[in-house]
Design a protein around this ligand. Structure first.
Ligand code: MF3
Ligand code: CO
Ligand code: CO
Length: 271
């Protein structure tokens, strides 16, 4: 008996290669995730709780007739991860209030018609210091330097190198303990997309690959630890951490970003 299922191509590294029509599905999923992150801007201010922000995400996903990829994922129970200040990633929404000057990453993953859209950005509650502004800017720019390296024939190591060389040149550090990932019809697929590396190393990019790039950058040292809740990852030295994430597809000549902000709100200062 032959098992019914989708026929799809994988390359020699076991990375799935999608076809032309699959890009449209990823754009629909990416647009919803990004639209929710556009709209949540208005709700981020001192005194706000992250569980209210999470409820907003959950409701928006439901209103769109879509599904949250994170609710029920390995026991996670929320529609977003919200990581404040020295939290690197996987912060759990709670009733704690945001304080003036807090920086936070909100990470949302939705499923639309079976396609996954995964994106995160930084937000600021109240006023922003120059030092923190620079952390956010460098993290944002490191993602875009990496995206510029996305084209067939380049290697995943070129992506990692673009991030690492830029961030370390700015005297900040790249987190090693978490990486980007292939995605498409599943949340996390090969390859691991490292945010550091040597040029030319790792698998070669091919047209039809879908993956995230999601660098986490620390003002201090790169080491992290996971708290007793088994999710919250923090910097060991308690230094501030920032992250931006896009879901991307490789085209014949370069890339398409599935999670672009329709309102140019990807960066907290809208630049
Ligand atoms: N969205 C995260 C990522 O970028 C994964 C979150 S998994 C969760 O890969 F369970 F913590 F939500
Ligand atoms: Co991701
Ligand atoms: Co994410």
């Amino acid at each position: 008996m032959i098992k019914q299922g989708e026929n799809f191509r994988r390359n020699r590294d076991g990375i799935r290669l999608f076809g032309e029509s699959d890009f449209a599905g990823m754009h629909r999923a990416g647009a919803l995730a990004s639209h929710i992150l556009d709209e949540i801007c208005e709700l981020v201010y001192p005194g706000q709780t992250t569980e209210v922000l999470d409820k907003f995400v959950e409701d928006k996903v439901k209103d769109a007739g879509a599904t949250s990829a994170t609710i029920g994922y390995r026991g996670y129970q929320h529609a977003s991860c919200i990581s404040i200040n020295h939290v690197v990633c996987h912060g759990i929404p709670s009733s704690k209030k945001l304080k003036d000057g807090d920086i936070l990453n909100i990470d949302v993953t939705v499923i639309v018609d079976g396609w996954y859209g995964d994106t995160s950005r930084m937000y600021v509650a109240g006023t922003l210091s120059r030092k923190v502004e620079r952390l956010i800017q460098v993290t944002h720019d490191s993602l875009f330097k990496a995206i510029e390296a996305v084209k067939p024939g380049n290697a995943f190591g070129d992506i990692g190198h673009a991030i690492q060389s830029y961030v370390e040149g700015e005297r900040m550090s790249v987190v090693r303990d978490f990486c980007g990932h292939g995605l498409g019809r599943v949340f996390h697929a090969p390859p691991n997309v490292l945010h550091y590396g040597r040029p030319g190393s790792g698998p070669v990019l091919e047209e039809g690959m879908f993956f995230t790039i999601e660098p986490m950058v620390n003002l201090g040292r790169p080491e992290t630890k996971v708290l007793a809740d088994d999710w919250t990852a923090v910097t060991r030295d308690k230094s501030l951490s920032a992250q931006f994430e896009h879901s991307i597809g490789v085209t014949a000549t370069g890339y398409e970003i599935f999670t672009v902000s329709q309102n140019n709100r990807f960066h907290p200062t809208y630049s």
